[in-house]
Ligand binder design. Structure first.
Ligand SMILES: [Zn+2]
Length: 75
C-alpha cells in the first residue's frame, strides 16, 4: 500500500521525494528564565536528494510542550 505522504515531491529541488521519519531533536529557546534547552521527538519530512527538511503543526505542538515542561522544571 502506498501512502501519499511518503511520495511527496520536494518543493525545493523538485527531484527528490520527502520521506517521513521520527527524529530526536534538541533546540534552544530564550524565555524570561533564561535559555531553555529542550529535547523532543518529532516526525520530520526530509528530502532524499537535497536534504531539505520540514515539519508540521503536530511537531510544533510537541516542541511547545517540551519547552513548557523545561520551563516548569526550571527554578
Ligand atoms: Zn529536495
Amino acid at each position: 500500500m502506498i501512502r501519499l505522504d511518503d511520495t511527496e515531491i520536494c518543493p525545493v529541488c523538485r527531484r527528490g521525494h520527502l520521506g517521513r521519519h521520527v527524529e530526536d531533536i534538541d533546540f534552544h529557546q530564550w524565555t524570561d528564565k533564561g535559555l531553555m534547552r529542550c529535547g523532543a521527538t518529532i516526525r520530520v519530512s526530509a528530502c532524499d536528494a537535497c536534504g531539505f527538511r520540514s515539519w508540521g503543526e503536530e511537531a510544533e505542538a510537541i516542541m511547545r510542550e517540551a519547552l513548557r515542561r523545561a520551563y516548569d522544571r526550571s527554578p
